[in-house]
Write a protein that binds this ligand. Structure first.
Ligand code: GMT
Length: 374
């Protein structure tokens, strides 16, 4: 198949899933063209059948807001026409779905298909904003096929956007071997002093991630156990977090690594993963932690219960319940055998339920059905 994949190029979950999917499809022999305003962080040009096409958004004095959606649609139409694409698979509805639908109209004929994958905040925070609602709904309804990354997001899409069309659930995935390969090295323990417990949080530091809750949980745990916190990623709330670590006199026990594409290097060897989000449609970071045998302490929201099994691969507690999350974490840190058992179960479930090979085949099956759909 000849597939155009469009996504945000950042290290956010939707960009990571799109990039890993693009590389997996190319390895399977499909011809893949990635379309974005910058080269996605995790993208490696794995072979001659994987290309990158940059969307250029020219500035003009009239434009206070350069029209990215139009430049994207123009590039999608150009790539579709000249590379003879069978379909465009767009990740994140705003504005990618609308741009793809427009590109399909520009190309004309009846052969180019549009597949849209909804990732989370494109529905729960952005798409349902009245300023974007009508175009988000239009992009979803006019796509030839639509997927969400969890049952929970599917329900949110139906309820919050009033969507009535069929939506298929295809979850996020991991490549199991990648996380084993890091085992030989120091992994996260390069930051540890001696035997101290290592807690890790990975995110884009947006308010929805509640990074201050990560700090509060850590402070509570640190009262009872010798431990260190690894904060991976970057974003708007980082300054707040740095301020909090100074105020609580914890800076010497907290390490900021910034963004990294080599996520396994900060997860292998860690003791616990913290994800106290306000909402989370799936929680790819939690799945990546699980695949490194790291149990997850998270909130019981959105798609997280579809990923983390409470009491088996981690613990799920109510949003904002610092005491409950800290005490669940302490229960595991004080019982190393139990923590290891949870870690093994986490890896097993990640491999059994979310392996790349199986999930990528779900996408390919969907593509075939969309192409056959006339
Ligand atoms: O907020 C983020 O984590 C980034 C966001 C994105 O679209 O890049 O992530 C969303 O998509 C991921 C991949 O499908 C999901 O695993 C995340 O749960 C989801 N984030 C939220 O719903 C907050």
């Amino acid at each position: 198949m000849k597939i155009g994949i469009s996504c945000y190029p950042t290290l956010g979950g939707s960009g990571v899933v799109a990039t890993e999917l693009a590389m997996a499809l190319a390895r399977l022999g499909d011809e893949v063209h990635v379309i974005s305003y910058a080269m996605p962080s995790r993208l490696e040009l794995v072979g001659p059948n994987l290309d990158f096409h940059e969307v250029v958004v020219p500035h003009y004095p009239l434009f206070d807001y350069p029209p990215y959606s139009l430049a994207l649609a123009t590039k999608m139409a150009e790539v579709a026409r000249y590379q003879r694409l069978d379909l465009l698979h767009v990740h994140y509805a705003v504005p990618n779905a609308v741009s793809a639908v427009l590109a399909r109209d520009i190309v004309g004929g009846n052969h180019l298909r549009v597949v849209t994958t909804l990732h989370g905040t494109d529905i729960t925070l952005v798409g349902n904003d009245p300023n974007y609602l009508a175009t988000t709904r239009y992009g979803i309804e006019r796509s030839d096929a639509v997927t969400t990354v969890s049952d929970s997001l599917r329900e949110d899409t139906i309820r919050q956007l009033g969507i009535e069309r069929p939506i298929e659930v295809i979850p996020n995935f991991i490549e199991p071997e990648r996380f084993l390969a890091a085992r030989g090295g120091p992994g996260a323990r390069r930051w540890a002093r001696g035997d101290e417990a290592l807690l890790v949080h990975v995110s884009n530091f947006r308010p929805v991630k509640r990074v201050l809750d990560v700090m509060r949980i850590f402070e509570r745990i640190a009262q009872e156990v010798d431990c260190r916190l690894l904060l991976v990623g970057d974003g708007p709330d980082r300054a707040l977090v740095e301020q909090r670590c100074r105020e609580s006199n914890n800076c010497d026990r907290i390490q900021f690594t910034g963004n990294t594409a080599a996520i396994e290097e900060v997860l292998i060897g860690a003791d616990l993963f913290l994800l106290p989000s306000e909402t989370e449609s799936f929680g790819l970071a939690a799945l990546e932690a699980m695949s490194c045998e790291v149990p997850v302490i998270a909130t019981a929201v959105g798609g997280l219960p579809e990923v983390v099994e409470d009491g088996v691969t981690g613990y799920l507690r109510p949003v904002g319940d610092i005491e409950a999350m800290a005490s669940a974490a302490l229960g595991l840190l004080r019982d190393p055998a139990k923590r290891r058992r949870f870690g093994k179960a986490a890896r097993q479930q990640a491999v059994d339920r979310f392996s790349e090979a199986e999930i990528v085949e779900l996408y390919r099956g969907l593509y075939r059905r969309a192409l056959a759909g006339g």
